[in-house]
Design a protein around this ligand. Structure first.
Ligand SMILES: Cc1cc2nc3c(=O)[nH]c(=O)nc-3n(C[C@H](O)[C@H](O)[C@H](O)COP(=O)(O)O)c2cc1C
Length: 339
């Protein structure tokens, strides 16, 4: 199994899903190290990026930092959300040109990904994210506009549909494919389902069957290598995208790769896993500074320790820690108890 997104060639098609508040540069780097072949940024608001640019605001730019790309993490995509084709196109152009305010990237991402799946009310009430799926024509216009603005590939991430009475992933997928999309990710749930367990693999299979010439990537509820193999065999999709399964478990990517290559994979011992948690904490502090980096790393660390004996007590110590040094000491104690 291999797939191409434009000129980007992936050996197996194992993707890290975009997750706001999670898939920052540090987490993306860790997932890449453990087998994710392609990653996607947290979502960036296209309109906010354009406004910040036009108004030449001088305070720090949230969009700028979310859209930052470093050379050693390619291939990766920056994901944008919005509902107005012109803002989406302008934001994509700024990102490709590394010319947005607050930009520290020296190179563009490998692709622009368009969010058509976010179920959060704040987003859908503006007609953005999954609300776009209620208007397939607009979905096509957005893709056409973004394609016209950049030379890098443009990918689209959709859901099954808005609710169980309006499952229209096939219609939206065909429309965005005709508008020039270079790949489609299908999260096999409706907006109404949010993240409730239970995905409908037949939706991914139907999209794969109806869209020709570009890869279809399946997404939803992959927590083990077997889950990935099942999705691939039951839907014939070209690749798999993993979100929550990677939280505290970036080794999931390696285990999927091993399964696809017919090899066995041993998840590392607890102490090795905790060393990776320590590394992630250091990277996040370096990326965002002590205060923000530590605050944001706490939930990540909690995911790494959730299966240990006494996890609830350790989690509470992590959450109440006053700085990264204290969390490092806690992790060192857990490492010595588990080696
Ligand atoms: C905390 C969190 C944040 C997310 N943020 C985004 C986002 O910014 N853009 C997006 O397209 N999907 C986002 N998603 C959805 C995931 O990319 C993915 O489609 C969903 O979690 C299903 O995959 P999973 O079952 O492997 O987690 C988010 C999901 C979670 C749990």
């Amino acid at each position: 199994m291999s797939l191409n997104i434009g000129k980007i060639k992936l050996r197996h098609g194992i993707f890290l899903a975009p997750m706001a508040g999670v898939t920052d540069a540090s987490f993306r780097a860790i997932c890449r190290r453990f087998g994710a072949e392609y990653t996607v940024s947290e979502m960036v608001c296209a309109k906010a990026m354009c406004y910040e640019q036009r108004n030449k605001r001088t305070d720090s730019s949230k969009s700028g930092s979310l859209a930052t790309v470093s050379e050693d993490e390619l291939p990766m995509a920056v994901q944008i959300f919005g509902s107005e084709p012109e803002y989406m196109a302008e934001a994509a152009r700024l990102i490709e040109g590394c010319s947005y305010r607050g930009c520290v990237s020296t190179i563009p991402p490998s692709a622009i990904d368009i969010n058509m799946g976010c179920p959060v009310k704040k987003i859908t009430s503006n007609g953005e994210g999954s609300a776009l799926m209620r208007d397939p024509v607009l979905c096509g216009r957005i893709v056409e506009a973004v394609k016209g603005a950049v030379s890098i590939p443009v990918t689209v991430k959709i859901r099954a549909g808005w609710d169980k009475n309006s499952i229209n992933a096939v219609e939206v997928a065909r429309t965005v494919c005709e508008a020039g999309a270079d790949a489609i990710v299908v999260h096999a749930r409706t907006k109404e389902q949010l993240y409730a367990p239970g995905i409908d693999l037949s939706v991914i299979a139907a999209v794969k069957d109806s869209v020709k010439g570009i890869p279809v990537i399946g997404n939803g509820d992959i927590y083990t290598a077997d889950d990935a193999l099942k999705m691939l065999s039951e839907t014939a999709c070209d690749g798999v995208m993993i979100g929550r399964g990677a939280l505290g478990n970036p080794w999931l990517f390696s285990s999927i790769r091993a399964a696809l290559e017919g090899e066995t994979f041993e998840i590392p011992a607890v102490d090795e896993r905790l060393e990776v948690a320590k590394e992630l904490l250091s990277m996040m502090v370096k990326e965002k500074g002590e205060r923000v980096g530590t605050a944001e790393a706490k939930k990540q660390i909690a995911w790494f320790i959730r299966d240990l004996n006494g996890a609830a007590a350790s989690r509470s110590l992590v959450m109440n820690a006053t700085g990264s040094a204290e969390i490092m000491r806690l992790l060192d104690t857990l490492i010595s108890q588990n080696s």
